[in-house]
Design a protein around this ligand. Structure first.
Ligand code: NAD
Length: 332
């Protein structure tokens, strides 16, 4: 391909992705499926990898997408809420494992395998055991402070439980709406001549980002937590698994299907199993998240500006129909 044509294709892809980001993160009205979006992103990443001279700092591949919306006060996360690098191919997952072992100079790594819940990320701050703030991810650094809305969600403790209360902690998790609640909500909306939500993820995001918390209170939202930053605390867990058990003690819902594994082939088996079983769950998942269990090793690996090096989203395969739509879109 001519270099000019490549540059133009890169720019066109970026523009398409920016439009999708805006519709997804700001308006909550996506016009393509996530699989289609992911394939566009992968295509852009591949072109930028092969033609690094065209890589620019403002490319959608270089940042955590999303934007705080006007109407909510800004909230500065103690630690940035990053995105995840992702893969769909088994070989990419094996490569991730190899890379980690190489960087850590080890010949085996232990992972926690979690379901990738299709909702929206939230960061909760507790001071002396009391919920003080709840914020969306926003652009990763600054989120939208949606505390009054967060307080209406019954699976979020307003006061932490147990006898190991940290002085200051920020807890991350995924807010989601179950499939039945989503269907009920859409039926009500259609009956009232209101536009239905495209999927449970959009319904959850739209419900949480209501300016009137009374509206959020009518929606059935839940939270699974999957991470935390102990800002001031006497405890210092050394594995992610330990941290998750601690979050349970504090009164949070941790997804019951988390698994601790010590080989990447086990991870691949678990993925195959969930690919078949995902429909049986009452909430939507779009893959698994594979996380290194050792917290000191995670610190050694660190993160890029967009995603941690110690985790990867292992997404489910797109359907052929979706790929066909994508080809038309990319080649216009
Ligand atoms: P991502 O959704 O691929 O992964 C990161 C997110 O996963 C986290 O922020 C968190 O919210 C979530 N998550 C769920 N379970 C988790 C767990 N157990 N541990 C850690 N995180 C967990 O990346 P992203 O940056 O949030 O969003 C990009 C994705 O959004 C794309 O891959 C695409 O699927 C979708 N998207 C779609 C459109 C569209 O138009 N359809 C537009 C933009 C983005």
């Amino acid at each position: 391909m001519e270099r000019d044509t490549i540059r133009q294709e890169i720019e066109k892809l970026r523009e398409i992705i920016r439009q999708h980001d805006y519709r997804y993160y700001v308006l909550n009205q996506p016009t393509v499926t996530d699989d289609e979006y992911d394939a566009l992103m992968r295509k852009l990443q591949e072109l930028e990898k092969n033609y690094p001279e065209y890589l620019t700092a403002d490319s959608p591949t270089q940042r955590v997408a999303g934007k705080p919306q006007d109407g909510f006060p800004p909230f500065l996360h103690f630690q940035p809420l990053l995105s995840l690098s992702n893969a769909v191919e088994e070989d990419d997952i094996r490569e991730f494992d190899q890379r980690l072992q190489r960087l850590l100079n080890q010949n085996q790594a232990e992972y926690v395998v979690e379901l990738k819940i299709d909702g929206l990320a939230i960061n909760l701050r507790y001071e002396e055991g009391i919920l003080t703030h709840g914020a969306t991810r926003g652009d990763g650094t600054v989120g939208e402070d949606v505390t009054p809305n967060i307080r209406t969600i019954k699976t979020i403790p307003l006061r932490l439980l147990g006898d190991k209360i940290p002085q200051v902690i920020e807890i991350q998790g995924e807010i989601f709406m179950g499939k039945n609640a989503f269907n009920r909500l859409n039926q009500e909306r259609i009956a009232k001549n209101e536009p239905p939500f495209a999927n449970p993820r959009n319904a959850a995001a739209g419900s949480l980002r209501q300016l009137d918390p009374r509206m959020t209170a009518t929606r059935e939202l839940h939270l699974f937590v999957y991470g935390a930053t102990l800002i001031e605390s006497n405890l210092s867990p050394i594995t992610h698994w330990e941290l998750l058990m601690y979050l349970k003690e504090l009164g949070f819902m941790v997804n019951p299907y988390i698994q601790l594994v010590s080989s990447i082939e086990e991870v691949i088996d678990i993925h195959r199993k969930w690919e078949k079983k995902r429909k049986q769950l009452e909430y939507e998942i779009d893959g698994l998240v594979i996380k290194l269990n050792s917290l000191p090793d995670r610190s050694r690996l660190g993160s890029t500006s967009k995603s941690p090096r110690w985790a990867i989203a292992y997404k489910f395969e797109a359907t052929t129909e979706m790929t066909r739509i994508l080809n038309i879109e990319v080649n216009v």
